[in-house]
Design a protein. Structure first.
Ligand SMILES: Cc1cc2nc3c(=O)[nH]c(=O)nc-3n(C[C@H](O)[C@H](O)[C@H](O)COP(=O)(O)O)c2cc1C
Length: 204
């Protein structure tokens, strides 16, 4: 029997509260699939975003023992500029919070639209802020795009895969998910693939 998903709020330093989808703690869920949250990141900053909807669906469908945390940290980041932390200066608070959220996660689920045949600038900006500090190195990252039809979104995902390659992330998935009858099952399958990869040792 599936457990009912609970919705609660957790404050992140320097950020608006992140929405956290979690499942009730149960004794029999002692062997968690992944021990730390999976961070869900929308490449779209729109309030009415198909990609955000996809992530909400994934969070609600998370297997028992897996916590999916929806992060909106991307919208708070300044444009990437190494001068902002030159000469040992502390990074801006939003950048610190973003890096901490990534470091505290076992895996990422990114759903991003294609803009101008590429990935969204806000998402690229977020990834750029980790190049020097390495929070995405060897991180398991599932990627997809919520699209109106199967022919859409692939160039954006190709560009996202390329950028994640530059930070040595372990990319899972990479196919767009088209709205339609199979939408929910494809989202669940991607989430399961993410969990499976996160449980696997990189040396396997
Ligand atoms: C400025 C702009 C550029 C876009 N460029 C592309 C594109 O190159 N390829 C594509 O398939 N869709 C493109 N789109 C459509 C978006 O990918 C689509 O609206 C997507 O569903 C937005 O995601 P969201 O619903 O999560 O906000 C573009 C949309 C905008 C507003």
């Amino acid at each position: 029997m599936r457990m009912k998903t609970r919705l609660r709020q957790r404050a992140s330093p320097g950020l608006r509260p992140a929405v956290i989808f979690s499942r009730p703690t149960m004794k029999e869920v002692s062997a968690t699939f992944i021990s730390r949250p999976a961070l869900a990141i929308s490449g779209s900053l729109q309030q009415k975003s198909g990609n955000l909807e996809l992530l909400r669906l994934a969070a609600a469908a998370a297997p028992a023992g897996v916590e999916v945390v929806l992060s909106d940290a991307l919208r708070h980041l300044p444009h990437f500029d190494p001068d902002l932390e030159a000469d040992g200066a502390a990074a801006p608070p939003a950048v610190q919070a973003w890096r901490q959220a990534l470091a505290a996660s076992d895996a990422l689920l990114i759903a991003a639209p294609e803009y101008g045949h590429s990935l969204p600038g806000a998402l690229k900006n977020g990834i750029d802020w980790t190049i020097g500090t390495g929070e995405l190195e060897r991180k398991v990252v599932a990627i997809t795009a919520a699209v109106p039809g199967p022919a859409r979104g692939r160039l954006g995902l190709q560009a996202l895969r390329q950028t994640l390659g530059a930070v040595s992330a372990r990319v899972v998935g990479g196919e767009p998910i088209a709205r339609g009858p199979a939408f929910a099952s494809e989202v669940e399958a991607l989430l399961q693939a993410l969990v499976d990869e996160a449980r696997r040792s990189p040396e396997d």
